[in-house]
Design a protein around this ligand. Structure first.
Ligand code: FAD
Ligand code: DLZ
Ligand code: SF4
Length: 506
């Protein structure tokens, strides 16, 4: 008797046990494009198109390798449009009772499949740290700081380690990274993959079936196969990685990608393995002279942050999803979906997002995330936005980044202080302010940059919680030095900005 093997849209990896254990004679792979998964948030159309096209290419590769595959298309008239429904339908029609599934990356979906009869969950062995290992590491620690987790990962996997010590003598080269942008930066061109017949068919489907969803479908040039994703990795390592560290936090209006890798959607969907990505970066350092600050900075994102947020997610779910430590209750303003705001930084970050289903980390954290933090937007609504609009978004990675890193809604489990910043930070790290309706160095008045008053209002609202934090003592010292009149003017201005936001005038 064979086994039905479910492969989800983000499990397109040949090295998973679900594939290596398959029997070509008796087992059947099930893959399904279903409305339930495609609509639990209003996913960006490019995200849906990327996943459906990558799924169809993966199914084709499975078949070519001699496996039996049952692929349910979105417009199949018998499609039940839920994964549970498709498992049951396949079981009955193929007369297969046993089902195996690689652990889903979302708590919601894991509950659904785990509750079904005769379903076995297999470990997702693409990750470099299992949820069990993370929980053992977390047990008994007062603070779960990424930096210490990352060092253990470096040692455990022997990445950038020489004779048991970190390459170059330091674990972290951040001091050399994160320069403000400068004029004349030339960013190498990105690869653009030709659309084949499968992708063109998917684009037609998505245009028809998801016409109300956010985002621009075309131009579409994502990699949709492992071979293409490997080309993207090679291109990044050879031409972009050497500059990655220095410009990691810089933002330019004309450059949505800067020196970032654009690999997250491919790693998360399974077209690339995180270990091979780290090893490719390490080789560039050891064999091709890529600078250590860039290579270490990049590896820290993949081996450190990526594994760490997944560990946090499984350790604290399901409670994590409902946290709102700062009691933020404002509604998400409409400009997150439309880009219709006079704040050039937010307008640009949203425009990049709607066009590419991508924005880089500093736009996510210090522009759209920072605004939501300062304005006190309800975490659940912000979370749903991030989960919807990025091609790389699945709850295991998006939720801790949004709730923990950007919104401090987990009360500091993830970050020792909130990533709150005023307009001065944005002016230093980007070229947005020079083309803005608002004036970044004006604190109050009609042209006042909203990030200034909202920053101080945020600090004042949460003084009780943050005053004793040693990393924020200089902030409260500055606040006290302003005196009551200036404080009052800033807080009144913040209320005016919030009112303008609620009325769609900001
Ligand atoms: P690069 O800057 O080139 O970084 C290299 C790789 O490191 C990425 O491909 C990614 O795999 C990994 N990485 C870097 N930072 C993080 C991080 N903080 N957490 C996890 N992995 C990281 N990342 C997602 O993959 N999916 C999400 O849904 C997601 N949502 C986010 C929401 C918010 C509010 C914030 C602040 C960050 C979010 N991130 C998310 C993390 C990060 O912004 C993206 O991984 C990154 O922007 C992807 O672009 P890139 O591949 O060019 O990354
Ligand atoms: C995000 C997504 C979308 C849009 N569509 C599907 C789908 O049709 N079929 C499927 O198997 N998975 C889809 N996914 C991914 C899942 O919703 C879910 O986010 C991940 O599988 C979690 O690991
Ligand atoms: Fe953003 Fe303020 Fe700069 Fe405008 S002035 S781009 S709102 S930081």
């Amino acid at each position: 008797m064979g086994t039905l093997r479910l492969v989800l849209a983000d499990q397109l990896s040949a090295r998973l046990d679900i594939r290596t254990r398959a029997d070509k004679e008796t087992d059947v792979f099930l893959m399904a494009e279903v409305a339930e998964e495609a609509s639990y948030v209003r996913h960006h159309v490019k995200k849906i198109a990327f996943l459906f096209s990558a799924m169809r290419h993966y199914a084709e590769a499975l078949q070519q390798a001699g496996y039996r595959v049952r692929y349910v298309r979105f417009d199949d008239p018998d499609n039940t449009h839920s994964l549970k429904g498709e498992i049951e339908r396949a079981r009955t029609e193929l007369n297969l009772s046993k089902v195996q599934v690689t652990e889903p990356g979302e708590w919601r979906l894991k509950q659904v499949v785990a509750a079904m009869d005769d379903v076995t969950l297999l470990e997702d062995n693409r990750f470099l740290c299992s949820p069990q290992w993370f929980s053992r590491w977390a047990e008994g620690r007062k603070q779960l700081r990424m930096e210490y987790f990352y060092r253990e990962m470096r040692r455990a996997h022997g990445i950038l380690i020489d004779d048991g010590k970190p390459c170059g003598g330091e674990w972290n080269y951040d001091a050399e990274n994160r320069a403000p942008p400068r004029d004349g930066l030339v960013i190498p061109r990105r690869l653009s993959f030709r659309k084949d017949a499968i992708t063109r068919e998917v684009l037609d489907l998505v245009a028809r079936a998801f016409s109300d969803n956010p985002g621009q479908l075309e131009p579409f040039h994502f990699a949709v196969t492992r071979a293409q994703a490997l080309k993207e990795l090679e291109h990044f390592v050879a031409h972009i990685l050497p500059q990655f560290g220095t410009w990691q936090d810089a933002m330019l209006g004309r450059e949505p990608y800067m020196y970032h890798s654009l690999l997250s959607a491919y790693i998360n969907a399974g077209l690339l393995y995180p270990l091979e990505v780290c090893q490719a970066a390490e080789r560039a350092y050891r064999e091709d002279g890529a600078p250590l600050n860039a290579v270490e900075g990049f590896i820290r994102q993949v081996l450190g942050w990526r594994e760490y947020v997944r560990g946090l997610y499984w350790h604290f779910m399901p409670d994590y999803g409902a946290m709102n430590a700062l009691e933020a209750h404002e509604d998400l303003p409409w400009f997150y979906w439309s880009g219709d705001t006079q704040m050039n930084c937010v307008r640009t970050a949203v425009a990049h997002t709607l066009e590419h289903a991508y924005s880089h980390h500093i736009q996510r954290l210090m522009i759209t995330g920072n605004f939501a933090l300062l304005a006190g937007i309800e975490p659940r609504q912000v979370h749903e936005w991030y989960l919807a609009v990025y091609a790389d978004a699945y709850e295991w990675v998006e939720l801790p980044n949004t709730l923990g890193m950007a919104l401090h809604a987990d009360g500091g489990i993830m970050a020792s202080k909130p990533y709150a910043a005023s307009g001065a930070y944005i002016a230093r790290m980007s070229d947005y302010c020079k083309d803005c309706h608002y004036k970044v160095d004006v604190p109050v008045g009609e042209k006042a940059c909203p990030f200034n008053a909202l920053y101080w209002d945020f600090m004042a609202r949460h003084e009780e919680r943050f005053r004793k934090n040693p990393r924020l003592s200089y902030v409260y010292a500055n606040w006290a030095r302003m005196g009551e009149d200036k404080q009052m003017a800033l807080r009144t201005q913040a209320q005016a900005h919030l009112q303008a936001m609620r009325e769609g005038r900001l």
